[in-house]
Design a protein around this ligand. Structure first.
Ligand code: HMG
Ligand code: MG
Length: 298
């Protein structure tokens, strides 16, 4: 019934930090990412090559990419919105480019300043160039359930974006509950539509935990055979262009769930706890993960 192994992508250094007002020093980010690299996680999204005015916290992406110690077992990815971002990311070093757009027209415009139709040629070129540079490409599709501006997003709108991104050549797609509003019945509705068209191996689920529904949604996703999830250490994070969005499901919480169920991840929970406490200390505030709070009290 459940997968034997679940692959986790640690998005804390990107999705986790992008919404934090308090700037984390570049050297501290590097030390933190190095800790994550040694935790057993197979992919780390280390930063974003977006416009520094849009996401100031990640304006040091290039330096971070150059200075982190690369573990050959880890795939290092970064968010890339356009060709300028891709050129910088390739120079700083990426194994995988994460392109992104939204299934909601309004969220797409607020987030990347383009309509969906205007975004396609930009991403088409980025994907083509990244592939010809020998990189993997993941396509994020945001607001796959609900949009903070438009409300419910129909699965057909999500499929249209998925179809186009697969046609451009992405290796896999990460479907984002950007505002953490979905409940399991919505997950079922979407996955039924998506898995009719694409193999489950190509689908990653990206849950924000705004209303505490992420773990329930992960359970439902696993019932559909999904075994790839994005998570953020300590539950850090949120989308700066999605009002009310909170952090991703905490890596600590998903590990507690999976390991407790006997599902392997290859990740060392203690190392994740230590890396969580490290960034918690740098940010000077408690991170939302409940499993972290329990582990930290021990
Ligand atoms: P724009 O202003 O429309 O860009 O922004 P433009 O192409 O018109 O260029 C304007 C200026 O920006 C130019 O400089 C460009 O060179 C420069 P000027 O000639 O005026 O001096 N520029 C750049 N500089 C650095 N890096 C770049 C870059 N591109 C252009 N890559 C843009 C368009 C996409 C750049 C902007 O809207 C942007 O950076 N948006 C990023 C927003 C963002 O990071 N949002 C959060 C991430 S998405 C997310 O969290 C959701 C996700 O987690 C999934 C989920 O939860 O659902 C992935
Ligand atoms: Mg996100």
């Amino acid at each position: 019934r459940w997968p034997e192994f679940v692959q986790i992508k640690e998005v804390g250094p990107r999705d986790g930090l992008q919404n934090e007002k308090k700037r984390v020093a570049t050297a501290d980010k590097i030390a933190w990412i190095n800790m994550l690299s040694e935790s057993g996680v197979t992919e780390v999204e280390y930063s974003s090559f977006v416009h520094p005015k849009w996401v100031p916290q990640l304006s040091d992406a290039h330096e971070v990419g150059k200075k982190i110690v690369r573990n050959p077992q880890v795939c290092y990815s970064a968010l890339v919105p356009n060709m300028k971002g891709l050129d910088l990311a390739l120079e700083a070093g990426i194994d995988s480019a994460s392109v992104f757009m939204s299934a909601s027209e309004t969220h797409n415009q607020k987030n990347i300043n383009k309509t969906i139709a205007e975004t396609y040629p930009v991403l088409g070129q980025v994907i083509e160039e990244a592939k010809s540079a020998g990189k993997r490409v993941t396509g994020y599709v945001s607001t796959v359930f609900d949009c903070p501006y438009e409300g419910k997003i129909e699965p057909e709108a999500v499929i249209r974006v998925c179809e186009q991104l697969f046609e451009f050549g992405v290796d896999d797609l990460s479907l984002g509950d950007t505002i953490g509003s979905a409940v399991p019945s919505q997950v079922e509705e979407l996955l039924q539509a998506v898995l009719k068209r694409y193999p489950k191996e190509k689908i990653i689920m990206h849950y924000h935990d705004t209303r505490g529904m992420a773990i329930a949604n992960i359970m439902t996703s696993m019932e559909y055979g999904i075994n790839r999830f994005d998570s953020s250490i300590g539950g850090l994070g949120g989308c700066p262009y999605a009002p009310g969005a909170a952090g991703n499901v905490a890596t600590n919480d998903i590990l507690y769930l999976l390991h407790g169920m006997g599902i392997k991840t290859g990740i060392d929970e203690k190392k994740i706890r230590d890396a969580s406490l490290y960034i918690q200390n740098k940010l000077g505030k408690l991170l939302p993960s409940k499993s972290l709070a329990v582990a930290a009290a021990k």
